[in-house]
Design a protein around this ligand. Structure first.
Ligand code: SF4
Ligand code: SF4
Length: 192
């Protein structure tokens, strides 16, 4: 891959800004690649986790903030746990996502569909009901039969349940409402 090295001071300061946003120092990374090797979502990313850290060190802000990587990270923390340098890569992904949102960058429709399906599911049941998330996501994406062949096998192996279990739905709704209010307020303040 051809990499353009910048001498732009604003871009070079990006690592510092990111450090404040994510609470971790990307400069400590020595590119061992352990984060990328363990990442279960790497196949969905256009820039691998270790590349994201390297590009952050190099101040390649536009490339990172416009990547699909920051939206396809599932925040599992495998990378942060494996890093020998203590770099919190998951925290970096989280910070980058917040920075992108503040700049008005939005993920592709598929990511937004999954987010909506997930949020609505939690609101309805108080916890994740996996078949519900998949069905809702398939409806929104216009591909209703996607992955349904796995359903019977997962049911037999008890990886999913046929019916949802409701769990403190009123309480969860209240928490979500509060979280959305805080997030909206933070976004408005960031715009000012
Ligand atoms: S595991 Fe840590 S040191 Fe290794 S490439 Fe990833 S961020 Fe860098
Ligand atoms: S937190 Fe994100 S980047 Fe890290 S291993 Fe999980 S999916 Fe990959």
């Amino acid at each position: 891959m051809l990499i353009e090295i910048t001498k732009d001071l604003d871009q070079l300061a990006f690592a510092e800004v990111l450090e404040k946003e994510s609470g971790t120092d990307v400069k400590k990374c020595y590119q061992c690649g352990k984060c990328t090797a363990g990442c279960p979502a790497n196949y969905l990313m256009d820039i691998s986790p270790s590349q994201t850290i390297r590009f952050s060190q190099m101040g390649m802000k536009e490339k990172i903030l416009n990547s699909q990587t920051i939206w396809n990270c599932i925040f599992c923390e495998t990378c942060s746990t494996r890093c020998p340098q203590g770099v919190d890569i998951k925290g970096v992904m989280d910070g980058l996502r917040r920075m992108a949102i503040r700049q008005g960058i939005r993920p592709k429709a598929q990511v937004r569909n999954l987010e909506k399906a997930f949020k609505d599911n939690i609101k309805s049941f108080g916890r994740v009901y996996e078949p519900g998330v998949v069905l809702d996501f398939n409806f929104r994406s216009g591909n209703i039969l996607h992955d349904v062949i796995y359903f019977p096998l997962m049911l037999i192996k008890r990886k999913i349940s046929l019916l949802p279990h409701f769990k403190r739905t009123a309480e969860v709704k209240r928490v979500l409402r509060k979280a959305f209010q805080i997030s909206r307020k933070a976004q408005e303040e960031a715009k000012e």
